[in-house]
Design a protein around this ligand. Structure first.
Ligand SMILES: *Cc1c(COP(=O)(O)O)cnc(C)c1O
Length: 395
């Protein structure tokens, strides 16, 4: 008889994932990212990335990265506190602080690590985290790592948040309210001004995750904090360098005290190798581009408006179980009844030459198609998307 292996459970667990239509795998993209991509031997219109301004394939970012490699080499060789700190890190941190109009900023090796390190540095066992139920995974994991008590409030429901503050605040030492500013799998926005008012009333800190807002919202691309007129209010702003900024890495922006504290207390910054010079320099170039070229943002919003208008006019009635989720961003989601439906729609769109990913549990509770637009899509490409959606949803 074969002895059972302690790894047998992996296969049965994967079987269960397959049976639920939740299984995922990776497919390589060929060439540079952009509105048109090559995937699985097919040329496709790309409505699946987070490269909202089309900067990930921009020659200026590539040039900046190449120059940084020639100056500094490929690796940072150590943590920022020992040998991993370069002038280019300082330059990027200053540029982010200037963009966000904060005293200081600090860059992490990814947005995920920025959230893990920041949440776990700001609160501990005697504290409470109040979190929007649709927050990003990195914020949820940061809460677990911190050891604080975590309570979720209903999505964007400030009455529910206020009730929890009223009931819970006095039982804990510190309180941290945590929210995405643009919800990554829904496309709607956190109502930031009244949330900050509530936080002030109940003496709570606020961490806002601007991952999908930086470069996209606000006059200079500073994000939703600027869009909502909240620049300068006491806040912990986190974000990523890997979406509209087209590079890799994460950041925190805020008071000089906050940033100094994180350099001393955020384990995911202290005990990891500094962001690579190439990624740092590419992000720095991107911060300059987003400030100098507001027309990229204008064009992105033109595409968003065109798609919304097209979908509102002359659109077939949605089948039962289908629903457009309310969106205020370049992320537009069609929620469907089952994971298999989302997969089927995505595959049908692919056969029509479009890449529109299906997002399924456990990333979200209800499956959906997630459409993202880019500044570099042409209006004809957006129209093609709208027509294809009509075809697949209609029949
Ligand atoms: C993508 C994302 C992150 C993680 O950023 P990375 O730089 O990709 O690690 C964090 N928060 C939100 C809301 C995100 O969408």
């Amino acid at each position: 008889m074969m002895r059972p292996s302690p790894y047998d459970w992996l296969e049965s667990s994967l079987d269960a994932i397959h049976r639920a239509d939740w299984h995922r795998s990776v497919k390589p993209l060929l060439g540079k990212p952009g509105p048109v991509i090559e995937r699985e031997g097919q040329i496709l219109l790309n409505f699946g990335g987070n490269d909202y301004l089309g900067l990930a394939g921009d020659a200026r970012l590539a040039q900046a990265a190449i120059a940084a490699i020639q100056t500094y080499g490929t690796g940072s060789t150590g943590s920022r506190l020992i040998t991993g700190h370069r002038m280019v890190h300082d330059q990027l941190e200053h540029a982010i602080a200037q963009l966000k109009q904060t005293e200081a900023a600090i860059v992490f090796s990814s947005g995920y690590l920025a959230n893990l390190g920041t949440v776990s540095a700001l609160v501990g066992k005697r504290d409470v985290i109040l979190a929007d139920q649709y927050n990003h995974s990195s914020l949820k994991q940061g809460a677990i790592l911190s050891g604080a008590t975590m309570m979720e409030y209903r999505h964007c429901d400030l009455a529910n948040l206020q009730q929890q503050l009223r009931d819970q605040r006095a039982k804990f030492r510190r309180c941290l309210i945590v929210t995405d500013s643009v919800f990554s799998m829904d496309g709607d926005l956190c109502p930031l001004p009244p949330l900050l008012d509530l936080a002030e009333t109940y003496e709570a800190m606020v961490l806002v995750d601007e991952a999908h807002a930086t470069g996209v919202f606000g006059q200079t691309g500073a994000g939703c904090v600027d869009y909502w007129g909240c620049t300068g209010r006491p806040l912990v702003q986190v974000g990523t360098l890997s979406k509209a900024l087209g590079s890799l890495g994460g950041y925190v922006a805020g008071s000089a005290t906050l940033i100094d504290f994180l350099r001393n207390r955020a384990p995911s910054w202290i005990y990891t190798t500094g962001l690579a010079p190439a990624d740092t320099a590419a992000a720095l170039a991107a911060v300059q581009v987003i400030q100098q070229e507001p027309q990229r943002r204008d064009r992105l919003w033109q595409r968003v408006d065109a798609l919304r208008q097209n979908l509102q006019s002359s659109y077939p009635a949605l089948p039962k179980g289908f629903q457009w989720l309310p969106s205020q961003s370049p992320i537009l989601c069609l929620q469907v009844d089952r994971p298999a439906t989302a997969l089927h729609l995505s595959q049908t769109l692919q056969s029509l030459g479009l890449f529109v990913p299906a997002v399924r549990p456990p990333t979200v509770r209800t499956s959906r198609l997630r459409i993202t637009l880019m500044a570099t899509h042409t209006s004809a490409q957006v129209e093609q998307l709208a027509n294809a959606l009509k075809t697949v949803i209609g029949g």
